[in-house]
Design a protein around this ligand. Sequence first.
Ligand code: ATP
Ligand code: HSE
Length: 291
Amino acid sequence: MPTARAPATSANLGSGFDVFGIALSRPADVVRVERAERTTIEVTGAGSQFIPEDPEKNTVGAVADALDAPAHIEIDKGIRPASGLGSSAASAAAAAVALNDLYDRGKSRKELVPIAAKGEAVVSGDAHDDNVAPAILGGFTIATPDGVTQVDADISIVVTLPEIVVSTRDARKVVPRETTVERLVETVGNAATLTAGMYRDDPTLVGRGMKDGIVTPARAKLIDGYDAVREAALEAGATGVTISGAGPGVLAVTHEWNQRAVANAMLDTFEDRGIDARAYQTEIGEGTRLY
Ligand SMILES: Nc1ncnc2c1ncn2[C@@H]1O[C@H](COP(=O)(O)OP(=O)(O)OP(=O)(O)O)[C@@H](O)[C@H]1O
Ligand SMILES: N[C@@H](CCO)C(=O)O
């Protein structure tokens, strides 16, 4: 039975809304697939009680359909749903890679990206590629309508995950529909700085390039304590802080040597406000691995 492990991912990185994404070395989902007459799904692990097993409602059902690959699909969730860590995308990415192997469909990793994105459409209303691209390919990815560009990068990351639920569908409703030319110029500059930082494995440039004055301020209101947690992480030495994906995860870029200090500062700040949270000290990592 093919088994695939797909990593958590963080989309947007502030200045790259719906375009940038990174794979994280942990946590991850593990998906096992077995040929069947029709698709059935079994979900265990983190937050599994909130995840539908109906193939019409689970991201992996749409992937099995798109590959014409009916299967019994077992999902072991390592990534809590509605986290901002690409939980729904990780299952879709792992299913795409495992089903491609099970049915010998011969699709390349890049060809599997839009197929896995069909799963994202099931949960958030549209098929953005910015989580499934890094989940499948690993590293830092730039997903545009013209295709995906992938860069391997070595950057330390802390993501704190508060016990707050923010669904991608709701977080997309608060995204401003218009912006100014000044904001556009600022965002292009930041996105370019971030990309240069990824090429150079430079956490200072990546952190600086995550600044965003358009989408992040609107979404920060959905995350209790976001401004205070951001300040605390920067004071502890993070080079940049933003919302991970659609939230509520909060992502900090760090130097490797102060990862722990940044994680503790973020956790303490959530705790001061009575919000339970957990921290992942992680780094940009590989894409889906097939066993
Ligand atoms: N295989 C799956 N894994 C996780 N969530 C799933 C899956 N299939 C369907 N869902 C549903 O998708 C929703 C979670 O997806 P959502 O995009 O909101 O969160 P996320 O993937 O953690 O966040 P983000 O995309 O911001 O990183 C939940 O409503 C959940 O029930
Ligand atoms: N780019 C997406 C990622 C979450 O799926 C968003 O921020 O809405």
